[in-house]
Design a protein around this ligand. Structure first.
Ligand code: C2E
Ligand code: MG
Length: 618
């Protein structure tokens, strides 16, 4: 022992197994002759204060590392401590705010009354929380979520205030943005389709209660696509924004103008009378028809409007919108810059068909059809050996109409026969062009069912080929399975005649129908085109697994037919169908269908040609 004064802290284990912190303090005692007699001292139970100390240490850590800004003031509201987050958020260092009043954070955006009420509440219940605009040291204001608690001592008097500040500026902005994105179109700021639908349904509910009429107006801009394509998206966007402004300026507060997508706008007028609707429609079409000034461009964009009314034109939102759309479509067809009320005759099937039929008849005279050519590639060496001619209809108002929409109509009204003649003549003319520039290409032409079954089809084809002096083997006709399977005996006869004219025959989209294989064997077919679905499917197949495409290839080969894989979109699909020994391929992987000039370039330069079979899988 040192025989000196000592103090020590230690833990003692009690008989019940618990521990307590003790503090021993001792002083040495010496006898008269200076001899050491022992220690005198006391033992203190310091367990509770030890715990308080540890808690304080923890608190201090929490205080410093909290992501919320924390401020402690004394009872006189002078700052006694702030943490790191406080400095991060406000820009003030500890020394700058020590002993200051927290009012130095005020933005000036809040009324004095606001603060008065805040302190009032604090005094009464000891707690306040709410949103508050504060100002940073650099002058920026920010939105904060502030919580203040009064801290009382054991005597019940307020000894401190604790303030907690979270910067919620960004959070609020993000929330606002999410709300806007969900309901508003970012480009124009107008309600989007979902808010439009809400408002329409609301209007319908009110209309029922108050016996009102509701009008839905559909608006589409004529020529918008051309402007967008030729002058660029910025100009297009500029027009859409101006259209939105003009719409907003010409409707009442209770009306809703929305952008449904692209250049499609729609309005709901929740309490419409027939006369007022006409007024609104006239006003809108005038307002929208004024030229648009976008940068240096002055542009005329006229609108077509279609109107449907509740309750007479439809009982629910969807129907009203559909009918307004149809009315708009008719306004467009009747000439641009017009409006049209929905009428009961305009139901989709009859109306659209009738309109299409009328314009289809004109289309041939007006030369609105053209052909695109999609290369057909020989898988042996990548040579382009031919093309499939694909028909397009460029309608002056409707834009590009896909064959899936007009071919069935043309079939039904019998126009397919003269349309088919035109295609064949155009293809023959194209082949002459190629021949004259020293190029050689086979051309496949699609034939639809009605066309094939038309009496005299084969001789008509023979006649055209003779007219253009087309040698045998150049023109190939493609049929769907059902076309030749419907009346097999008759079909067989026609096919034989076609063969006599030197025409190659292909079964298109093979595998999708329920072809009778023995029948197939009887047909004088040269080629099978595997349906796109089965080509797409090879991706999902394991290597070595039998694919339907592979089965079709083997079956075709066993009948002595050439096999074409259609709709090859990826390099992987190409490798797989090569593995399956398909002879030819066609699809977006090589090229989309092209205008004649572009296809002619490909034919001349043969970009896929190779000497080494590089495509083969190792
Ligand atoms: P189809 O004979 O099966 O023609 C192939 C279709 O697939 C074409 O559509 C073509 O553009 C498309 N295609 C080509 N490669 C790919 C690809 O890699 N991926 C995908 N997803 N599609 C690809 P298109 O031009 O719309 O023609 C549709 C159908 O219209 C044709 O089917 C054909 O049956 C018919 N058709 C086209 N032109 C004529 C025609 O002049 N006369 C007749 N009667 N029918 C035609
Ligand atoms: Mg085809």
């Amino acid at each position: 022992a040192q025989r000196e004064t000592f103090s020590m802290e230690y833990r003692l284990r009690y008989h019940d197994g618990s521990y307590r912190w003790l503090l021993d303090c001792g002083n040495p005692i010496f006898g008269l002759n200076g001899e050491f007699l022992g220690y005198i001292g006391s033992c203190y139970d310091i367990d509770s204060s030890k715990q308080v100390h540890e808690r304080l240490q923890q608190m201090s850590l929490l205080f410093q590392h909290s992501r919320e800004a924390l401020i402690i003031t004394d009872a006189q509201i002078r700052i006694t401590a702030v943490n790191q987050a406080f400095t991060d958020i406000t820009g003030y260092g500890v020394e700058e705010v020590m002993h200051q009043n927290p009012s130095l954070l005020k933005s000036g955006l809040q009324e004095p009354l606001f603060y008065a009420m805040m302190w009032d509440r604090l005094k009464q219940v000891g707690f306040w929380q709410g949103e508050i605009w504060n100002r940073r040291k650099d002058g920026d204001t920010y939105l904060a979520w502030l919580r203040i608690s009064a801290v009382r001592n054991e005597a019940g008097e307020v000894s401190n205030y604790l303030g907690m500040v979270a910067d919620i500026t960004e959070q609020r902005a993000a929330e606002k943005r999410v709300r806007e994105l969900a309901y508003f179109d970012p480009l124009t700021g107008l309600p989007n389709r979902s808010l439009f639908t809400d408002r329409l349904n609301q209007a319908l509910a009110h209309a029922d209660r108050d016996n009102w009429s509701v009008a839905v107006i559909f608006i589409d801009l004529d020529h918008f696509k051309q402007i967008n394509d030729s002058l660029g998206h910025q100009v297009g966007d500029g027009i859409l924004r101006q259209v939105a402004r003009r719409l907003r300026d010409n409707i009442r507060r209770s009306d809703t103008a929305a952008r449904l997508g692209g250049d499609e706008f729609a309005l709901v007028l929740p309490d419409a009378q027939d006369e007022t609707v006409i007024d609104v429609v006239r006003k809108l079409s005038d307002a929208l028809a004024h030229p648009y000034q976008i940068g240096e461009h002055q542009l005329a964009v006229t609108p077509s409007l279609g109107i449907s009314l509740y309750p007479q034109d439809g009982q629910d939102g969807d129907t009203l919108v559909k009918h307004a759309d149809m009315a708009m479509y008719q306004a467009k067809m009747a000439g641009r810059n017009g409006y049209q009320f929905f009428t009961a005759e305009m139901n989709v099937a009859s109306f659209e068909r009738q309109m299409l039929e009328t314009s289809l008849r004109q289309a041939l005279e007006q030369q609105e059809f053209r052909l695109l050519y999609q290369p057909l590639v020989d898988l042996k060496d990548g040579h382009i050996v031919g093309a499939e001619a694909l028909l397009r209809w460029q309608h002056p108002q409707l834009g590009l109409v896909p064959p899936s929409r007009f071919i069935p109509v043309a079939e039904e009204c019998g126009l397919i026969v003269s349309l088919g003649d035109w295609v064949l003549q155009e293809v023959c003319r194209q082949w002459q062009d190629w021949r004259d520039s020293g190029l050689d290409s086979r051309i496949s032409v699609n034939v639809s069912s009605r066309q094939f079954q038309h009496r005299g089809f084969a001789s008509r084809v023979g006649q055209i080929l003779a007219e253009f002096e087309i040698p045998p083997g150049v023109i190939e006709l493609e049929f769907r399975e059902d076309t030749v399977m419907q009346k097999p005996a008759l079909a067989l006869e026609t096919l034989r005649q076609l063969k006599q004219h030197g025409i190659k025959l292909a079964l298109d989209g093979f595998g999708s129908g329920f072809s009778c294989l023995t029948r197939l064997q009887e047909m004088p077919i040269d080629r099978l085109k595997i349906h796109q679905d089965f080509v797409r499917e090879v991706n999902r197949q394991q290597v070595g697994e039998t694919s339907i495409a592979g089965t079709i290839v083997r079956m075709g080969h066993s009948f002595g037919l050439e096999v074409v894989a259609e709709g090859v979109e990826t390099a992987e699909q190409l490798l797989r169908i090569q593995d399956e020994s398909s002879d030819l391929a066609q699809g977006y992987h090589f090229s989309v269908p092209l205008p004649a000039e572009r296809f002619t370039e490909l034919l001349r330069y043969q970009p896929y040609h190779y000497d080494e079979p590089t495509w083969k899988t190792p």
